[in-house]
Design a protein around this ligand. Sequence first.
Ligand code: FES
Ligand SMILES: [Fe+2]
Length: 342
Amino acid sequence: MTVHAPQAQETAPASWYVDPALWPVERRRIFAANWQFLTHESAIAEPRSWRADVLAGYPVIVVRGDDGQLRGFHNVCRHRAGPLVREDAGVCDGHLTCQYHGWKYMLDGRLRMARDFGAASDFDPREFGLFTVRLAVWRGLVFACIEGEPADLATQLAPIDARLGEVDWSGLKVALRRQHVLDCNWKTYVENYSEGYHVANVHPGLDAEIQADKYRVTIEGRVVLHDVPPRAHDTVYNGVWAWLWPNIAINCYSRGLMIERMSPIGHLQTRLDYLYLTPDGEPVETETLTMSDEVTAEDKWITERVQQNLNAGVYDTGRLSPKHETGIAAFQGWMREALAKG
Ligand code: FES
Ligand SMILES: [Fe+2]
């Protein structure tokens, strides 16, 4: 019997990473149609507390009602599209009040009062409630879906649940938020996250902590799992690294975890939102932050250089390593599927 080596799949074309026309399509078919990570329950634990965010260009707000229910809305007033809040987070007075002309909404989204609007026979406030956004919570992590019928969140995350086993996340609270802006297309960054092939060249510090030759990537459903054996047992890299389509990574450390959201800001910029959760919100270990800063700076450097080269127009397609880049092959397959829809 002849044993054939696997084929080296062709990469996606450079146009995927540079064409501005692709971004509005991705925004609707990929980001609006799938679960987007928003925050942790501990950040909006109290009734009337809220958090605002922008998910792939969609401003949204999540608020906890007096009944304890979390509800999600577009942060867009039904009068003339004003914003309902000015900050990223806060506690309201029992209403969401538009910052433009002062229309007031109940926390279930109904329009309570159109301030000083004047008499109008054809204006029915019941028709002007906030546009809703679907929410789902998994292990305390709050996700939103802008439109459509996404696959059940818990089912999608089941491969991560299986890896975590009995690990208890119930006492975790938000300890720290950090942001990094990268001058690259979001897919350039996601693909970089999806392989350990570059570790030895790009991350010498990380390479000293892990056994890069044993780095394994496996795909279960729409989850990409990274198995990265540490060199020593007490390293901060002892844990589970996982990524869920289209843009969320869950990096578990020895104490707590870090959620990493890879948010596109247009087609040539990506914002990384890091949310650290620790037992009772205790400060994140310095060693964890130092390593994270170092690895992020190195990934920023390489992904920005790659983006520059994609923009240059010399390169079109290459080949994916069958040994190291199966995560990228899967990602590009899901991209093709999403782009073929509609
Ligand atoms: S836009 Fe909200 S009250 Fe006018
Ligand atoms: Fe990296």
